[in-house]
Design a protein around this ligand. Sequence first.
Ligand SMILES: *Cc1c(COP(=O)(O)O)cnc(C)c1O
Length: 528
Amino acid sequence: MRKMDNGPALPTAVGKLTAVEPQRQRFLTVRIIVTTFHSTRSTTDSLTSKQAIRLGLADDGGLFVSDQLGETKVSIDDLAGMSYQAIAQRVLGALLPDFTEEELAQCIAEAYGEQWADEKITPVKPLGDDYVMELFNGPTSAFKDVALQILPRFMARTAPADGDDNEKIMIVTATSGDTGKAALAGFADAAGTGITVFYPEGKVSQVQELQMTTQAGSNVNVCAVKGNFDDAQSAVKRIFGDKKLAARLAKDSHVVLSSANSINVGRLVPQVVYYFSAYAQLLEQQVINVGDEVEFVVPTGNFGDILAGYYAKLLGLPVKHLVVASDKNNVLFDFLTTGTYNRQRPFFQTISPSMDILVSSNLERMLYYMSDKDARLISMLMNDLKQWGAYEIPSGMLAKIRQIFGTGWADENQVREMIADCWNKNHYVIDPHTACGYFVMQQMPRDPLTPRVLLATASPYKFPRVVNESLGLDATGTDFACMDVLAEATGTTAPAALRGLENADVRFDNVVEVDGMEDFVEHAAKTL
Ligand SMILES: *Cc1c(COP(=O)(O)O)cnc(C)c1O
């Protein structure tokens, strides 16, 4: 029941437009529908997207959603040959209508510029009879750059909720490896913000750890946690829900906490863009005609990447199926095949660490839409999850979900085999996360009429040791020696930012218990 008082309350229907001032009225008339956000667990909030982005997570622990999603479709007739930036302008305009066109244009130009190694940003390439969309050409070589290059620009264009002009935002993030670096890169030295990243000690690769601990910037904090990713993510959620801490931070440091995890609306919606971009590129390559359906296979952890594909479908993109590919932590596979989500199971630390997740946060948003926006049901299910570690959805809802979402998973041996298989068959090197998707794609019957796009979520150079082992190459040296061997053997090049880590200065060596995370945040806030 948050009451925000920055800016006028927005009318929720076109019929009320006469009540607003002319400037706003023109703006609203163009967009027609006013989008407001509330929690997946209650409908009392009525926030603009800017407010939702600034807050990150709803007070009741739910995720922000908009009931207007899909009411305005995004036109696909003229996508062929359109630039990534132009597509982003169109898609983000539909999803974040309280940003002006000019604000969005600035955010897009800053986020999708020279820091990308490919001018298409997320290029689509043939892979045998299928296609692969590379999401890893950004500054940290993982797909999270797509969202985290733009999220700080969005945040910079939001205003403090209570009129405290000195207010600063502290981003607090738990990472299973890739989010942390991408968030650090996005927020480093961004005005009015600070960032604190927690990662599970000893559970990320050498390259991933160095990427984070060498991060430059006066507003960044990096800390290892004694626990796994779920422990760290749960603790971050508790920190966000701690009202006493929030009051102390506001009073002592003028700081509000926000999230850069994929639970933030501003993290999720930029990912919708590349599904449209994939479609545009397939049109341009004359693989499809306007209106033809496409299938996406998505290596999945927190369900953010694939949820963006579902949003794209709701916005009118002809998506036939979205296939959830998991690693050995196959909680989503079990859920999508049985209707029961059960987090009470062993946690496996695998060679695809960014998918080692037992609680897939963004699933809650999909369930909200699939339950016909039944916030009460979602609230009950999430309560069950908290209390019993499990929940079960109605069978009708499961049937509906399964019409769109396929699923599969790969164990670690299969991941290694697939890295070799993909190289042998296609002369294309994939990382262990992408390999989960590649495996699942090989298992599915192929409909020759529906092109399949595998989302490649990380550069193989982020995980050079596993890749070398899988390809039968020397993997006895450091990660950097492995990179050189991989480059030599495959004729590919390591991204310069990754190769350069070998000589970068380590700035952070903090380690805390899960219980110590809150203190760490409070201390970091004081230094902002
Ligand atoms: C984060 C990540 C994933 C999983 O994405 P979700 O949005 O959490 O489902 C897959 N692969 C890589 C390399 C990642 O960094």
